[in-house]
Write a protein that binds this ligand. Structure first.
Ligand SMILES: Cc1ncc(COP(=O)(O)O)c(C=O)c1O
Length: 445
């Protein structure tokens, strides 16, 4: 029998009390107590239990972190064993073998027949910070190209790459100069109103042309160090670009000696059914930024990069906690679990995608259903003809789903992502789809 979510009251009395104290003492982040008033007590697999005894399906995976599920026994065991030996030794000044073993694995997992190295950090934003330092130092070029709707983190320099929402930028300007944004090849919604599903080539050509004809009109291409991209835009709405896009981008980059910097913080570590999402697109990027899921819930991030752009002298870069031994022990375990799960992710991901496509057929408010593997989303519109966005409906669905025990997260202005732990079963997806449909019906009333 498949375990089902069960919610009595949301938020319950204990949750209310914690949330009130939270807002008294913690700075505002993106918490939304109206939509997701969920105060966790413990997690197990795809389940989350809150402080009032409510049980949920976590179809947000702790915002893309718990790819192996909550409290995976193998990961817990690895963490415990490492914690008993040593919890810290500062990899910037000392050595431990597990850091080398993990680097070897990450290098082997990353496409490209060139020598590679690894830098460890603690968060996705930090990974992108270091990527920019590597590119600047290694190429001598100081400019970057990034995409509209991209999310790469919120630290000061990385904010210059992020072009997701103005709220993230307001009053933080100036960030780092030298970043140009260009449209991402979003098949459903792009500046040229091209149907990118029907005519992917046209969409890809327009984006490449935009870079060459518009950006390179005023930005000397030989000053651009890297084009930074998400292989599937995550916070921007789980947007899957046409298959040929990255090959064309690579041709353009090669023409001008520009590197490709692949931000896999959200889409990596098996989320799409390949270890790195870029593997769906048959190119080898020059850097891969990783984070979120790699440490199985323990902070770990970093950059796999071409050895020829790596730091040459001590002192150019270091991080006290980067490559924490407990996080590395967890990551070594996560990698093995995820490698085993990849065929399963493709199978259940296809199942989830098919179900969401059926909803798209049936409910006119769903303008688009898209995704790869277990990185899936639906986009809500007021009209299919005008594609007018419907964020209000999306927000109501998040709330109604939570009340019924299904944790879903928004993405983009008006989309909803479905990103359960990779261990999710078809049966659990079916239960989640029942709840989603009930929530949608309630939200439409
Ligand atoms: C693609 C991508 N890059 C970077 C980040 C930033 O990661 P962090 O919040 O760990 O700094 C995120 C976070 O959502 C992300 O989705």
């Amino acid at each position: 029998m498949v375990k089902r979510p069960a919610v009595k009251e949301l938020p319950g009395p204990k949750a209310k009390e914690v949330i009130d104290r939270n807002f008294e003492l913690l700075a505002v982040t993106t918490q939304d107590p109206d939509a997701l008033p969920i105060v966790i007590e413990r997690g197990e697999g795809i389940m989350v239990y809150d402080v009032d005894g409510n049980a949920f399906y976590d179809f947000g995976s702790g915002v893309g972190v718990l790819n192996v599920g909550h409290a995976h026994p193998g990961v817990i065991d690895a963490i415990k064993k490492q914690a008993e030996k040593f919890t810290h030794f500062a990899l910037n000044d000392f050595f431990y073998e597990s850091a080398v073993i993990l680097a070897q694995k990450l290098v082997e997992l990353s496409p490209g027949e060139f020598p590679k190295k690894v830098v460890y950090q603690n968060s996705g934003a930090e990974a992108n910070e270091v990527m920019m330092k590597l590119v600047k130092y290694g190429t001598g070029r100081k400019r970057f190209i990034a995409f509209y709707h991209a999310f790469h983190g919120r630290t000061q320099a990385v904010l210059s790459l992020t072009a997701s929402k103005w709220i993230q930028q307001e009053r933080f300007f100036p960030t780092m100069p030298g970043v140009e944004h260009v449209p991402y090849p979003n098949p459903y919604r792009n500046p040229w109103h091209i149907d990118g599903y029907a005519d992917p080539k046209e969409l890809v050509n327009r984006v490449i042309e935009f870079i060459e004809e518009y950006v390179f009109r005023h930005v000397p291409p030989e000053e651009v160090g890297a084009i930074v991209f998400e292989p599937i835009q995550g916070e921007g709405g789980y947007v899957v670009p046409p298959k040929e896009f990255f090959k064309e981008l690579k041709k353009l980059a090669d023409k001008y000696g520009i590197l490709l910097a692949d931000d896999e913080v959200q889409m990596g570590v098996g989320r799409t059914g390949k270890f790195w999402a870029i593997e769906h697109f048959d190119i080898a990027p020059d850097t891969i930024q990783f984070g979120k899921a790699i440490g199985g819930g323990i902070p770990l991030a970093g950059v796999v990069h071409r050895a020829d752009i790596s730091f040459d002298k001590p002192g150019r870069h270091a991080s006290t906690f980067g490559g924490n031994p407990v996080a590395i022990a967890a990551a070594l375990e996560v990698i093995e679990i995820v490698k085993e799960l990849l065929p399963h992710v493709q199978e259940v991901g296809n199942h989830l995608h098919k179900r969401l496509k059926e909803f798209e057929e049936e409910y006119k408010v769903i303008g688009d259903a898209r995704g790869l593997g277990l990185a899936q989303a639906v986009e809500f519109v007021k009209s299919r003809d005008t594609k007018e966005k419907n964020p209000e409906l999306r927000n109501r669905v998040v709330k109604e789903a939570a009340k019924r025990g299904l944790i879903l997260l928004g993405c983009g202005d008006n989309s909803l992502r479905f990103i359960p732990p990779l261990i999710v079963t078809k049966e659990e997806i079916d239960v989640a789809m029942e709840i989603f449909e009930d929530a949608l019906k309630a939200a439409l009333k």
